[in-house]
Design a protein around this ligand. Structure first.
Ligand code: C2E
Ligand code: CA
Ligand code: CA
Length: 300
């Protein structure tokens, strides 16, 4: 037997699903749906608690030049759930986005990154490293975001030129003008911008030219098939040529095979990131990695 309340709740869930699918659609309730909604709600509560308890950490994936010299890292968020253990960002970032928690989470990442950069600056073998952090659309849209960046840099005494913000094309879906102005403001602090997952979104050349960027990041989907799919190979080559013609650095991510790296390098993309070089590493392992690759850097 079902209570009225239960029936209404189920109707509500189906309605939200229909709305999420873009309105003017129909959804019937099924228990799977409810299980998903409840799992999400539980995850959101756990995220909130973890944020209060500092249960997140950053891992660092090396970004290297042609001779394996470490130029910097991308910081990737890691969460160890008190019961479930490690939960992948692919699962919890979307929940954080939907619940608005991404703003706080992103602020935590920004603070950590600036603290890390300030520490690196004190060691000769790490002083040159850049650190890229992922910034979500919702975080960037906050009215005080530029201020938050400035404050984090000042608070920790980090060199702004070592900090890079990874943004995606989805950011430019609305209010292009105000987004670009905010980017200019942040860039005037000395902070760099990298356009992440490039090639997957809606890219128009005319707007790309107007963005105050430093780097394009070829999406891993193209890198994955670069040796096997002529279309992806053509896209990768085009992105490299496009980036360079706009005066931007180009980095490839998701590089897993030497053949992929060779192909990219042959077309002018020397900087790469991926399992071929290293998985994302905890800070101690990352610093060991930098030390181990120091000799190749010195030989440049
Ligand atoms: P992303 O920014 O595109 O990050 C790259 C993802 O590819 C990372 O997954 C990384 O571990 C993985 N990866 C690196 N090299 C390879 C490779 O050679 N092969 C394959 N198959 N994968 C590789 P991760 O760490 O699970 O992060 C997933 C996504 O979560 C990120 O995608 C990013 O969108 C989001 N994310 C992670 N950390 C943060 C954060 O601090 N803030 C925000 N807003 N999003 C984050
Ligand atoms: Ca990224
Ligand atoms: Ca990416």
């Amino acid at each position: 037997t079902r209570t009225v309340e239960e029936v209404l709740k189920r109707a509500d869930i189906a309605m939200y699903q229909a709305k999420a699918a873009g309105r003017n659609t129909l959804r019937f309730f099924d228990p799977q749906m409810q299980a998903e909604v409840e799992a999400r709600a539980a995850l959101e509560i756990d995220l909130r608690t973890s944020l209060a308890q500092d249960a997140f950490s950053l891992h660092f994936q090396p970004q290297v030049g042609p001779r394996d010299q470490v130029l910097g890292a991308e910081a990737l968020l890691r969460w160890s759930h008190p019961v479930r253990g490690p939960v992948s960002p692919g699962e919890f970032i979307p929940v954080a986005e939907q619940s608005g928690l991404i703003v706080e989470l992103g602020e935590w990442v920004l603070q950590q990154a600036c603290a890390q950069l300030a520490l690196w600056a004190t060691q000769p073998h790490t002083a040159h490293l850049t650190l890229a952090i992922n910034v979500s659309v919702n975080q960037f849209r906050q009215a005080d975001f530029a201020d938050k960046v400035r404050q984090a840099i000042m608070l920790h005494g980090a060199a702004p030129s070592r900090l890079k913000l990874e943004i995606t094309e989805s950011m430019f879906a609305h209010d292009q003008e105000s987004i670009i102005n905010k980017m200019r403001h942040i860039r005037s602090l000395g902070v760099g911008f990298s356009l992440d997952d490039f090639g997957t979104g809606y890219s128009s050349l005319s707007y790309l030219r107007r963005l105050p960027l430093d780097q394009l990041k070829i999406d891993q989907a193209f890198v994955r098939e670069v040796l096997t799919d002529p279309n992806d190979a053509a896209i990768a080559r085009t992105v490299i040529a496009l980036g360079h013609s706009l005066g931007l650095e180009v980095i490839a991510e998701g590089v897993e095979l030497q053949g992929q790296r060779d192909f990219l390098a042959a077309h002018g993309c020397d900087t790469c990131q991926g399992y071929l070089i290293s998985r994302p590493l905890a800070i101690t392992q990352f610093e060991q990695f930098v030390l181990a690759h120091r000799t190749s850097a010195a030989a440049v």
